[in-house]
Design a protein around this ligand. Structure first.
Ligand SMILES: Cc1cc2nc3c(=O)[nH]c(=O)nc-3n(C[C@H](O)[C@H](O)[C@H](O)COP(=O)(O)OP(=O)(O)OC[C@H]3O[C@@H](n4cnc5c(N)ncnc54)[C@H](O)[C@@H]3O)c2cc1C
Ligand code: SF4
Ligand code: SF4
Length: 425
């Protein structure tokens, strides 16, 4: 089907909203304008995030290390994400699943699709790199009369979906989210593949694994593992990762009913069941899925500090610091054995992401900081000395007329953050 062209926006991952009949909906829906995470967490999950691990990962009922048994052919990990959705279709809980399939000419390019046959969920398996207008198909779903929908999305898509949810007229919505970080355009990703291997066209699979290695799989069945420290990251141009993904404030998809990732999985997958609907979906998989408690080992502070030092250089336009070549194999051997693992690895990545957001916005778009950075992101970065300057905070008047931080009174500032349509470019 032919979609409308996107409306150009300054910070945009083309989630599809600007291609809808009313593109001004971006003003309320967009993660990059004035997101209201505390308010949306309450609206979706019925409560604000608590202390402890919810500080990092958002509200949840339960977390698991998990795997489909057996793993699904062609899945990114073991296929939990697409199995949850296929099961909803099989049992008639939804009329359709909105998700991404590979473009017919480029296996790495995502293409939005509405899937109605559970067997077709196999087409969606695997990770594509890039952006595609998932939410533009919400109007097509309405046109086809789908009233019960499941959506699989990355965080910036899910934020916009949740903001539009009440206006969609759906009887039921299931949201299956994956974490997301370091996305880029599919064109950029092809350049990365060419730097990684001399046979880039035959790479069929890539994953940044929790054991500090990138796994590549090839069309002829070969597999290659590359330690993170040997990646050509410092050879990438400064604009390789768009500013959207360098300043994204939701790594773990906090507004999904269930988040399916791998970071705390120590080689398996990692599930964050956030609410009753997420629990309902997981329950239905029965003994097709193996669940256990996630572990946690190592200490993250040194890794996060090293990362911040490098991001400070990168944000200031300086080249990344390279580790001497002879040291790399030693550290690459040590990292999976002594570095943060399990939940501690996931906390490490969330802290890194928070610091990255603050540093890149401070450098590139300081005026957007007060609207774009939620209080909990500042709280995550605070142990590393990254604290807000007064002009980086959104100040509102409280009932006594004093200037107050949103989030100070009442506990989080959901209601005080008005939506900002004027910020649209
Ligand atoms: C760009 C990107 C970055 C990611 N980074 C992380 C990370 O840092 N940490 C982490 O734990 N997990 C990350 N993930 C999620 C992870 O790669 C797996 O998708 C997830 O663990 C689910 O595995 P699975 O076997 O259950 O998925 P499968 O059953 O194989 O299903 C994968 C689902 O993801 C959808 N999908 C694939 N590519 C895209 C895309 N570009 N945009 C939107 N949806 C897409 C597919 O349509 C499909 O529904 C990322 C995903 C993407 C797309
Ligand atoms: S909501 Fe944001 S990401 Fe989505 S199309 Fe609009 S500006 Fe782009
Ligand atoms: S990193 Fe954030 S902004 Fe970029 S694609 Fe992923 S969820 Fe969207």
């Amino acid at each position: 089907m032919i979609l409308r062209d996107p409306v150009p926006r300054s910070l945009c991952t083309d989630c599809g909203v600007s291609r809808m009949a009313d593109p001004s909906a971006c003003g309320t829906a967009c993660q990059f304008i004035k997101p209201d995470y505390p308010g949306m967490e309450r609206a979706v999950h019925g409560r604000a995030r608590k202390d402890g691990d919810e500080r990092f990962f958002g509200p949840f009922q339960a977390m698991y290390r998990a795997a489909m048994t057996p793993a699904k052919e062609g899945a990114q990990w073991t296929g939990i994400t697409t199995s949850l959705a296929a099961d909803l279709l099989e049992r008639g809980c939804v009329d359709s699943v909105l998700t991404m399939v590979p473009d017919a000419r480029d296996r790495w390019k995502p293409q939005p699709a509405l899937i109605t046959d559970p067997a077709d969920m196999a087409r969606a398996r695997g990770m594509r790199m890039g952006y595609a207008p998932l939410l533009a198909l919400l109007e097509e779903a309405q046109a086809q009369g789908f009233k019960r929908l499941a959506v699989i999305g990355i965080p910036c898509q899910v934020y916009a979906l949740r903001k539009l949810e009440a206006s969609l007229g759906l009887e039921r919505l299931y949201v299956i989210g994956t974490p997301c970080s370091d996305n880029t355009t599919t064109e950029n990703f092809h350049r990365f593949l060419a730097l990684l291997d001399e046979d880039p066209d035959n790479i069929t699979y890539l994953e940044f694994r929790a054991d500090y290695r990138v796994e590549l799989r090839f069309a002829d069945g070969r597999q290659r593992l590359i330690p993170f420290l040997s990646l050509p990251i410092s050879d990438l141009p400064a604009d390789f990762f768009p500013l959207t993904c360098k300043t994204c404030v939701d790594y773990t998809n906090v507004l999904a009913d269930i988040t399916v990732g791998y970071m705390a999985g120590e080689g398996d997958q990692w599930l964050i069941v956030r609410n009753a609907r997420g629990a309902e979906m997981l329950e239905r998989l029965g003994d097709r899925i193996t669940l256990s408690a996630p572990g946690s080992k190592g200490k993250r502070a040194a890794a996060v500090k090293g990362f911040i030092a490098n991001i400070e250089r990168a944000a200031g336009g300086l080249p990344l610091r390279r580790m001497p070549k002879w040291v790399r194999p030693i550290v690459s051997w040590l990292q999976p054995r002594t570095g943060p693992r399990g939940l501690e690895f996931a906390r490490t990545r969330v802290e890194m992401k928070a610091a990255e957001t603050i540093l890149h916005l401070r450098h590139a778009l300081p005026a957007k900081m007060k609207n774009m950075i939620p209080d909990h992101v500042w709280a995550i970065a605070e142990p590393y000395g990254l604290t807000p300057e007064p002009h980086e905070l959104l100040l509102t008047k409280n009932t006594t007329g004093e200037a107050a931080r949103p989030g100070a009174e009442p506990p989080t500032g959901a209601q005080s953050r008005a939506e900002d349509t004027s910020a649209l470019p």
